[in-house]
Design a protein around this ligand. Sequence first.
Ligand SMILES: NC(=O)c1ccc[n+]([C@@H]2O[C@H](COP(=O)([O-])OP(=O)(O)OC[C@H]3O[C@@H](n4cnc5c(N)ncnc54)[C@H](OP(=O)(O)O)[C@@H]3O)[C@@H](O)[C@H]2O)c1
Length: 402
Amino acid sequence: MIQMAVLGFGTVGSGVVEIIEQNAHRIERAVPEGLHVKYILDIRDFPDSPYGDRVVHDLDIILNDPEVRLVCETMGGKEPARTFTQKALERGISVCTSNKELVAAFGPSLLKTAREHNCSYLFEASVGGGIPLLDTLLSNLAQEDITSVTGILNGTTNYILTKMESEGADYKEVLSRAQAMGYAERNPAADVEGHDAGRKIAILSSLITGKNVGYEEIHVEGITGVTMDDIKAADELGYGIKLLGRCCVTEEGLEVITAPFCVKKSHPLYPVRDVFNAVLVHGNMVDDIMLYGRGAGKLPTGSAVVSDLIQMARADKPLVIRWDEEPMELVPFGMQKHCFWLRVENSIVDRVLALFTDSTELLHQDFSDFTVIMTGPVREDDFAQRTAGVEGILSVLRILES
Ligand SMILES: NC(=O)c1ccc[n+]([C@@H]2O[C@H](COP(=O)([O-])OP(=O)(O)OC[C@H]3O[C@@H](n4cnc5c(N)ncnc54)[C@H](OP(=O)(O)O)[C@@H]3O)[C@@H](O)[C@H]2O)c1
């Protein structure tokens, strides 16, 4: 059997162990020797778990056991996950992870360590949970020039926005419900402020370019400012509001953004509801492909981790992912062009319309308490300049063009 260790026996780590035990017969079709979890590293003991006797608290027990060939890191956070991963790779032990925070911050350097020590570092579960997304991009779409990736990459925010739309409940109420149901963390900032989706689009952008797209370089907005009035008005005008991570190759270069967008009801991402994730990829040969599934959860995420373990167990040489440390130059945020959605007080409609007379697709719709104005493509810095100091703008969103 191929011996392995799980670092972090929480939601995802316990899912990994469960899948390896429960689906052993399936896994053996791909890895005839079978996978065996020899150690589980955690801070706590798990006396009531059937796997409690495998729990250790000292990483060196794992690193010093020559039988251990694979490790999955499902602890989360930057440290000590980074140090533990680094140490395992330096011993030539292949590592896979669901830890997007670590991958977004240290992906290229950990991949370099893996290359230098003839082992692999994989992170399928770090983006899109159970959706087989990264391997699809890196293997099945390796022949493609990927020109855009647009995704609903965070289940918590998609759940909140979906419930606001379908039940007319306000943001705070839905957030508390999401927390009670375990869909949102007690401190939801990483999700609702867009950082989680931002990290994921940084990883995707890095993988499609092969260079490093730093998470801090990306413009990130969350959903905390989205109101019921925005959602209702969008609905009436044939749109839904979705938090999107988007990277797009334009004539100016690579544009990356995470923000709430108005998405037309006819768009394939519109029907993606609740905690589901979906990613629309455009390749220059294959055209559009959409991948859809559960973006989080013990078993879906565990399944993606196990798929990495299977790949690493089957490989007779290290699996190479091209993601260099060289920074990828992005189109500065101010130069990105978007179509804007402004919800404004009725008293300033003419003033705002006058700001965008040169905008080709200027539309406006009068609701009783406010008006929605939709512009054609305008540069971000230009938009900010034109609207600076205008009082009575209630909200600003972007509109997803096809
Ligand atoms: N949950 C999901 O659906 C999901 C989906 C996709 C990706 N992810 C990512 O997967 C990673 C794990 O998430 P999770 O939800 O499984 O987290 P979790 O439930 O908090 O599990 C983490 C486990 O690691 C243990 N741990 C923390 N620090 C440790 C250390 N220094 N040494 C040993 N064990 C340590 C924790 O122990 P304590 O509980 O005692 O702290 C806990 O048992 C995160 O990066 C997360 O972002 C999660």
